[in-house]
Design a binder for this molecule. Structure first.
Ligand code: FES
Ligand code: FES
Length: 171
C-alpha cells in the first residue's frame, strides 16, 4: 500500500493507506484523533468536518491521497491553530476562542455533531471575521456539500457561539 506524507495539526505524519481511503479512517483509526465523528458517511451531515488549508472539507468522503501538501486541522488542532495565529506558545490550557465560546454558550447536548460544527465555525470566521447572524445561518445551511445537521437541535446555541467567538477573536 502507498504511504502519504500529511501535515495534521501542524505535525508531519506519514500514513499507509489505499489511495481512496477516506481521511476520517486515517484520522480515527491510524492517528487516534477521535474528535472527528463519523455520521452519515455521505457528505450529508457535517459531523466529520475538518479543515484543509483553512477550508472545511468532509473527511468521510475526501480520499487521503488528495490531501498531500495540505495543512489539515482537526478539532484537536484548534488550540494550536489559535496559538500559532497569536504567536503564543500552546499549553495544556490553551483554547481556541471558538472552544471558549462553545463552552460559555453551553452549546452541546449529546455532542456528536459539535466538532464538525466548530470546524465549520473556524472556516467561516477565517473568511469573515465579523459575520451577521444571517451570514452565520447561511454558512451552516447553504455551504456545499450540505447543511450541518444537529439531531439535538442546538442551532440557536451554535449561532450564538459563533457570534461570541467572532467577538473574542477580534478582541
Ligand atoms: S459523516 Fe461526513 S458529512 Fe456526514
Ligand atoms: S448535539 Fe446532539 S447531534 Fe448535535
Amino acid at each position: 500500500m502507498p504511504s502519504y506524507a500529511l501535515t495534521i495539526n501542524g505535525a508531519p505524519r506519514t500514513v499507509t493507506a489505499a489511495a481512496d481511503t477516506p481521511l476520517i479512517y486515517v484520522l480515527r483509526n491510524d492517528l487516534k484523533l477521535t474528535g472527528t465523528r463519523l455520521g452519515c458517511g455521505l457528505s450529508q451531515c457535517g459531523s466529520c468536518a475538518v479543515l484543509a488549508d483553512g477550508k472545511e472539507i468532509r473527511s468521510c468522503s475526501t480520499p487521503v491521497s488528495r490531501l498531500v501538501g495540505k495543512k489539515i486541522h482537526t478539532v484537536e488542532g484548534l488550540p494550536g491553530l489559535w496559538a500559532g495565529k497569536k504567536g503564543i506558545p500552546e499549553t495544556a490550557d490553551t483554547l481556541h476562542p471558538i472552544q471558549t465560546a462553545w463552552i460559555e454558550e453551553q452549546v452541546p447536548q449529546c455532542g456528536y455533531c459539535q466538532s464538525g460544527m466548530m470546524m465549520a465555525a473556524a472556516d467561516l470566521l477565517g473568511r469573515n471575521p465579523n459575520p451577521t447572524l444571517a451570514q452565520v445561518k447561511d454558512a451552516f445551511t447553504n455551504t456545499p456539500p450540505s447543511p450541518h445537521l444537529c439531531r439535538c437541535g442546538t442551532y440557536n446555541g451554535i449561532a450564538a457561539a459563533v457570534l461570541k467567538a467572532a467577538k473574542l477573536m477580534r478582541a
